[in-house]
Each structure stands twice: as C-alpha cells, then as structure tokens.
Design a binder for this molecule. Structure first.
Ligand SMILES: [Zn+2]
Length: 179
C-alpha cells in the first residue's frame, strides 16, 4: 500500500538489512536470485506472520495491501499473475507488502490512532513507505548477492529487479556499491 505513516521506530538502512538477514536465518528462508514471490508468501506468510493470502479482482486502487487487523495479505489477481511469471514490478510490489507484514504488523493501534499528516513530520527513515521499500530492495537484492555483480543492469537482470523502484528507494547506497 502507498499510504504513508510515521512508523513506531525509525529504521536506518543498515538496521533493515540486519532484519532481513535475521528473518532469513531464523526461518530458514532460502534466497536464490529471482525467487518466486508468490511461492514465498504462500509458504511463509502464515508460518512467519500469521497472515493468510487472499486474491481479489483489481479495483484500481491498491495492487496489493495488508490488513493488520484481519491478518491478511491481499494481492490483486493481476499482480499475482504477473508475479507468478516473475515479472519485476509485481515482485517489488509483493516484496514491499512483505516489508509491511514484517516491520509493521504489530502497529495496528498505533496506525489507527494516527492522523494522515503525521508522517510529513517524520524523517524518511521513520516513514512506513520508505521502510517497506527499503526492506523490499534488500530482500530482493541482499548485499551478499549484490557484490557478485559488476553493474546495476547485470544485477537487475539476474535478480529480476524492478529498476525504477530500486533506484528510487536506494539511489545513494545502491549506486555507491559500484565505483
Ligand atoms: Zn506500502
């Protein structure tokens, strides 16, 4: 979802990278470049976060979103179809929602009592959308994988990354990984 909030905790990029690494180790989540995100949530969403996955006909508002209250991850049929084909933008959208499940699923009361403008006063690292985007970027391309490639184009192709989102979310650090 793209509705922004001030998160309970400010999370710098390095901390999100640690969280992604811990998630993978703790739950034995295996990473291969280009892993299928639909398979990933079907297997892990309930086990790890207690969320069930539901599919809906696209209504043009959100392609995918989480309901913290209902413990559900909603994915439009169109995005699910595209993600099953490993289409890069669909993968990023689902990875972003995984970020919300992992980082924000205990924040129900916090969000529901928050005015829509609260995030405007928050630093980038304290905004839920930036946190979910950064989580998605690192989940899809952890540093240990990134260092195996010599350019963002090569990395994008091998890891099936959605370049506009990757560059937008992490331009300085992603660009800094290559001389
Ligand atoms: Zn979002």
């Amino acid at each position: 979802m793209r509705r922004n909030y001030k998160a309970r905790h400010s999370l710098p990029r390095e901390q999100i990278a640690r969280i992604v690494r811990d998630l993978r180790q703790k739950f034995g989540v295996r990473f291969t470049p280009g892993f299928n995100l639909i398979d990933f949530v079907e297997v892990h969403a309930h086990r790890i976060w207690g969320f069930s996955v539901e599919y809906f006909d696209d209504d043009g508002e959100f392609p995918a979103y989480v309901s913290i209250k209902a413990r559900k991850l909603y994915i439009s049929n169109e995005i699910a179809f595209r993600a099953k084909l490993n289409e890069e933008e669909a993968r990023f959208i689902i990875a972003h929602e995984i970020g919300h499940m992992h980082l924000h699923s205990d924040d129900l009361h916090f969000f529901s009592g928050q005015s829509n403008s609260a995030f405007r006063w928050a630093s980038e690292e304290a905004q839920t959308e930036w946190q979910a985007d950064t989580f998605a970027e690192i989940l899809l391309a952890p540093d240990s994988v990134v260092v195996q490639y010599s350019s963002i184009e090569e990395l994008s192709i091998s890891c099936v990354l959605y370049q506009p989102a990757m560059i937008r979310t992490d331009e300085p650090s992603l660009a800094a990984r290559w001389p």
